[in-house]
Design a protein. Sequence first.
Length: 151
Amino acid sequence: MTETPLVDMMNVGMEQTIPIAHTMGVKVVAARPGFAAATVPAAGNGNHFGVVYAGVEFTVAEILGGILALASFDSVKYFPLVKNIDIAFVGMAKSDLRAEARLDEDTIARVAAEAAEHGKADFAVDAVVTDADGQTVATTRGLYQLRAHGA
């Protein structure tokens, strides 16, 4: 088991809701209001260059918006969706990867208020993907939306 029941629940949920991420070996390792982290192994995720496939790097970063939303907002009322992501590949990854992202308290409060009033609210997530040596291999900027169930 991991550090929190929420992390365990997210990993079980990912297996059912995003099977390809589970197949890649993506694991949520931290989930709390304003912070999310996930890892993915290099083994089994390589490409023809002998480095981690770009789509794997994208996936471990992209899921952070959903993790942040589920950890920061009421999942009984709202669900997250991704609207856009830009990624910059800044280094070749040859080892296991870790991706991290944060939302500050002001953003969490704004998104919660907008979603309560309008049934949805957009928020940006900047993620950093690092290798086993702590070197940045990719960065992303994603636009996500928190949306009320049934909206």
